[in-house]
Design a protein around this ligand. Sequence first.
Ligand code: BES
Ligand code: MN
Ligand code: ZN
Length: 495
Amino acid sequence: MDYAIETAPLETLQCDCLIVGVFQERQLSASASAINSTTQGLINKILSRGDISGKNGETVLINAIPDSSIERILLVGLGENKPLSGKNFRKALLAAINSLKKTQIKSVVCSLAECDVIACDRQWKTRQIVEVFNDAVYQFTVYKSDKETDSKVEKISITAPATELESAQTGLAQGRAIAEGINLTKLLADLPGNICTPSYLAGQALELGKKYPSLDISILEEADMEKLGMGALLSVSRGSRQPAKLITLNYQGGEKNSKPIVLIGKGLTFDAGGISLKQAPGMDEMKYDMCGGATVLGTLLAAAQMQLPLNIIGLIPSSENMPDGDANKPGDILTSMSGKTIEVLNTDAEGRLLLCDTLTYAERFNPDVVIDMATLTGACLVALGRVPSGLLGNNDALCNDLLAAAETANDSLWRLPLWEEYQELLKSNFADLANVGGKDAGTITAACFLSQFAENYHWAHLDIAGTAWRTGQTKGATGRPVPLLSQYLINRAHG
Ligand code: BES
Ligand code: MN
Ligand code: ZN
């Protein structure tokens, strides 16, 4: 998809479709009003027929415009004639792009960035148009014989007055970068486990490094991890024919001595549960257990494309979790890189085994902060459903920064407590700690486990089990939390 800013007056434009907003009670937005005058009152005529009342999310496509170089006009309801909430703005955008699907429309001009949105500037609005449109037209067609997509849209021009050109351009550039990051994250996530193995993910990271010279990629093999004493991580891949990889992405956009932001993503390319085998229904969705890792790749792509003046390290521990003669067994005791011993009471709690050694490994980068993201617990779905990702951490300032970024990016988070009392649940009779904490508070006890390996720096954990993909009829990756992390990095770059 090609995105651009358009500063020319509406009546001089040439396109397959112009998107304009209308409010309730037949009130016109500025662009609707302008186009109404140049079309002898066409918009008012359509509104007076009553087919669209102006409620947020309603749409009417006017399919022929007499004597105009604009072929069609899409009217989009914006709701009451007052500043919109950010959510309602996005809702109107989504309705607009969805109603262009299954038409032959290729070139679109969108005037909706002119809307007043509460506490949001031109930059944010322009970026949201790119992000929402990009999200809506994504379709995973890699393995379909017929690769035709519902949307035929190829070019979207976003209008801006010359006086606001600069912030529109910045919003456009950010939107493009984040959209591209999200597309990579979704594509990798939607790929099946037989294609997207740990080695494939490592290969994709190397490709990304070729495309963005500011990204340095290195891959640790099992022999390297053995030398580092990563007994927890390596125990998971022992049950799989696919060798584990620890992928490092190093982005040095900041000053040489400035401490890096470390992003860690769980890269389980398929989680069968191991000897504590999962039940069959829905097990295919465990190909998505690498969404944390895919998020790290997508976010570093976006950061590199935006050339953010920050130092960022991405770490992706990647493995499969399979049942096998050499797999972890319940009761096995492992020695992690930190020296702490772990009793494996459930081999399906494998994500924390990968992450704990990666958290220890992160210390060598002398991090400013460490943020990990993982499809870690089914319990997170029970607690929070599929709306926010879970947030837990050992530093309030970092958690608050993430909550603020989540709000701006419309990629929500909800913080859960990480109190001392919960740590009790991880006690083991035979080792320093157990890898599961029983049936209560599963998301919290998982984070408690991780916290014991993140004591030496400011750390936050995102449990994305409910948000990284959709289940059911519209099954597919969401690309979350790339928007939130990109926003956090943008905020850090300007802070
Ligand atoms: N990858 C799963 C978590 C998961 C399950 C995410 C379902 C999304 C949907 C993780 O490795 C896992 O299996 N966790 C166990 C932990 C339990 C054994 C303490 C779980 O949630 O059941
Ligand atoms: Mn598991
Ligand atoms: Zn898992």
